[in-house]
Design a protein around this ligand. Structure first.
Ligand code: ATP
Length: 376
């Protein structure tokens, strides 16, 4: 079980240092950025660093300000409040001349690959290399295409490529000038599920090889966990929690963070003798006062189900329906609390585990995926 006080002391089990910003000079520093569109406060006092070679994901629900923040970093939006630094150099400060995107040495990639339709793939990639000799432009562009398995398509026009291939060409084009910073806005969201997985895997490898720092917008928590060294989870223009995927998933700062990473069972309870008893089981609640009312958020994978023989359904929890989801099985449960109240909840069990409807079950909780927050 993780209580809010524990987050400060969360061990970094992913091998990363949560205080990375002290270790190297950031390629991008966003300092106290705020931005309004009329009455809408799109970004509200956000500060964030991206280090060389690091992938940072801006994650959050629609309209929370992710794209606006990225566009401010890119210079596609005029900065109203705060400061943007690239490698320690101020490129934008409110009420000062602001460097346009082409003077920021960054690579941009969006949901729509926006390739030039009248140029062949190779010419698209060479486009941003006009400062080099023709031979060097070609050599550099071919090397990028080779990295992404696109050599055979160098002489094709973009419309002959699949969506995933077009996105890879867009990545090659953005990376060809060797920018120190890559800014990616939902780069995979137009692709279907299988193509998305493959394309983001390729993209991660190429980004990591390039050594560029990356700031990427996504609304998909699984994608953020796949891509990111660190995630900045946003809500209403602010960063709610910034940390490694491990820190956000296993030490969520508040209920919003838990819920954002997937559906949870949610009950209210009170702390009794350092523990919380609820219909799903009992977990320790260190550091919380006796009698304190709490919100208990239980991930379905924390609910371990075992089958029992005795069928006194008015007292026992039982299975309503089981579904195989692939690597896991999802059990819809009817859970009975000690006071006789009935709850509906979910358990996610590994592998194929499909008890029949009405099967009586015993429940046990894995405290590491149960999160307890005092109710103010
Ligand atoms: P999504 O995932 O849906 O793209 P987001 O988190 O990227 O959302 P933004 O696009 O940054 O959010 O928008 C933040 C807020 O600012 C939203 O309320 C949006 O409607 C508003 N907004 C964004 N751009 C403009 C604009 N050009 N004019 C007016 N309002 C805007």
């Amino acid at each position: 079980m993780a209580t809010p006080s524990q987050h400060l002391f969360a061990p970094s089990q992913d091998g990363g240092d949560p205080n990375r910003s002290e270790a190297a000079e950031p390629v991008l520093s966003l300092k106290h950025i705020s931005h309004r569109f009329g009455d809408v406060q799109a970004v509200d006092d956000v500060s964030l660093d991206v280090l060389p070679g690091e992938v940072v994901c801006l994650l959050g629900p629609s309209g929370c300000g992710k794209s606006t923040l990225l566009r401010l970093a890119a210079g596609l939006e005029i900065l109203q409040v705060g400061e943007v630094e690239l490698e320690g150099r101020c490129v934008a400060r409110a009420d000062h001349p602001q460097a346009p995107p082409e003077q920021r040495n960054l690579g941009l990639m969006f949901q729509d690959s926006a390739l030039f339709p009248h140029l062949k793939v190779l010419d698209n990639v060479m486009f941003g290399l006009s400062h080099l000799s023709a031979t060097e432009r070609r050599r550099r562009a071919m090397a990028m295409l080779d990295n992404l398995g696109l050599t055979a398509h160098a002489d094709s026009y973009p419309h002959l490529l699949s969506g995933g291939q077009q996105q890879r060409v867009a990545l090659a084009r953005a990376l060809a000038p060797a920018p120190n910073l890559m800014l990616l806005d939902e780069p995979f969201s137009a692709l279907d599920a299988r193509l998305r997985e493959q394309t983001r895997d390729d993209t991660l490898h190429v980004l990591k090889n390039s050594g560029a720092g990356t700031l990427m917008v996504t609304h998909d928590p699984e994608e953020a966990m796949f891509m990111a060294d660190r995630i900045a989870l946003m809500r209403d223009g602010r960063i709610v929690q910034l940390g490694t995927p491990y820190e956000l998933y296993c030490h969520p700062a508040e209920p919003f963070v838990v819920r954002f990473f997937g559906e949870v069972n949610e009950v209210q309870a009170e702390v009794r003798e350092g523990r919380v008893h609820c219909a799903f089981g009992t977990v320790p609640a260190p550091g919380l006062d006796e009698g304190c009312p709490v919100r208990v958020l239980i991930r379905p994978e924390a609910v371990r189900v075992s089958l029992i023989g005795e069928a006194r359904l008015h007292q026992r929890s039982h299975v309503v329906v089981s579904r195989l989801l692939g690597r896991t099985s999802l059990l819809h449960l009817c859970v009975h609390g000690e006071d006789g109240r009935e709850f509906h909840g979910h358990s996610r069990m590994p592998g194929v585990f499909l008890p029949s409807p009405d099967q009586p079950v015993a429940l046990e909780l894995d405290p590491s995926q149960v999160f307890i927050y005092p109710i103010p």
